[in-house]
Write a protein that binds this ligand. Sequence first.
Ligand SMILES: Cc1ncc(COP(=O)(O)O)c(C=O)c1O
Length: 362
Amino acid sequence: MNEWETKCDWNLAETCVESLTIAELLALIGKNDTDLSALLSMKMTYGDTKGSMRLRRAICALYDTQTPENVIVTHGTIGANMLVHKTLVSAGDHVVAVVPTYQQHYSIPASIGADVHPLHQRPENGFLPDLNELRALVTPATKLIAINNPNNLTGSLMDRAVLEQIAVIARNVDAWILCDEVYRGTDQTGTGMTVSIADIYEKGISTASMSKAYALAGLRLGWIAGPHELIEDVAIHRDYDTISVGMINDHFAALALENYDKVLARSHAITRGSLALLSDWVADQSLISWVKPNSGTTALLKFALPMTSRELCVDLLKETGVMFTPGSALNMEGYVRIGYANNPIILQEGLKRVGVYLKKFG
Ligand SMILES: Cc1ncc(COP(=O)(O)O)c(C=O)c1O
């Protein structure tokens, strides 16, 4: 993505709900330029290093049972995930991680020297994990089970019942569950929120951020919600790489989360409208098939073409200016990943161009 995303015309690789400007955020939550003057008197200290109490309270409102003592603010979900893996995993530990998913969850424990076992999420199972396979993978030595809900890349969603079964499996061997919930809030139905692992399992850890569902990746603000002892252990590691996230970021994140219903309503209009559009497009394509997502902002498109995913992506970029992410970069050859929650006009125009391109092949 680094190589091409500044050179493409139609970015269908973006995974954030179309990012907000500060002006759009303020308008969405009923504030205006004069509210920005609150920033002028803000003394630029490190702030409350774990994240302000105001922000941690607003984060807690996204959960059923978390309190500010159970929450620590981090540099995005990427920082949150790194901290949890570094805190919990040591060389030789037995770790289970779902695949496909964000690479951090298997590569960081592997880089620490852990023994990492993939739990496959296959298309024939709606890209959900097979729980019998999980039962067979865990052992009394399993330290951590890393999952991602909703899933990037597939858009699959584990519901409460599945999460509770995973919790039972983990509890039997006293393992931690880290659930990367950065796309939580983007379900295609209802409030958009499936229950968090932190609210259903006593050793459940949720990581998330402002980036995807809340469309504010530029704040670089994420968090960990989990048992207090874990948060204390994480804080020790965090002293070496974070100090604090920045008072201005903390301020805007608190403003947005205090109005999370309004921000999510905008996100749902985009994710739900755009998935309907993508779904109609896929139905018209003879060379494309998929498992339709239930949540998130991404989907895997399987293509029936005599080329690799990278060849397809590079050719598409050159011929149409449209950018997808090649499955090969995600250990999913034969697929491309689309991010469909960017600007709806970009999605519509990009898909039109890909449709014309695919006609060449029949
Ligand atoms: C599953 C997952 N986790 C974590 C991240 C990192 O997100 P951020 O650090 O912006 O919160 C991403 C970004 O694409 C992601 O898809």
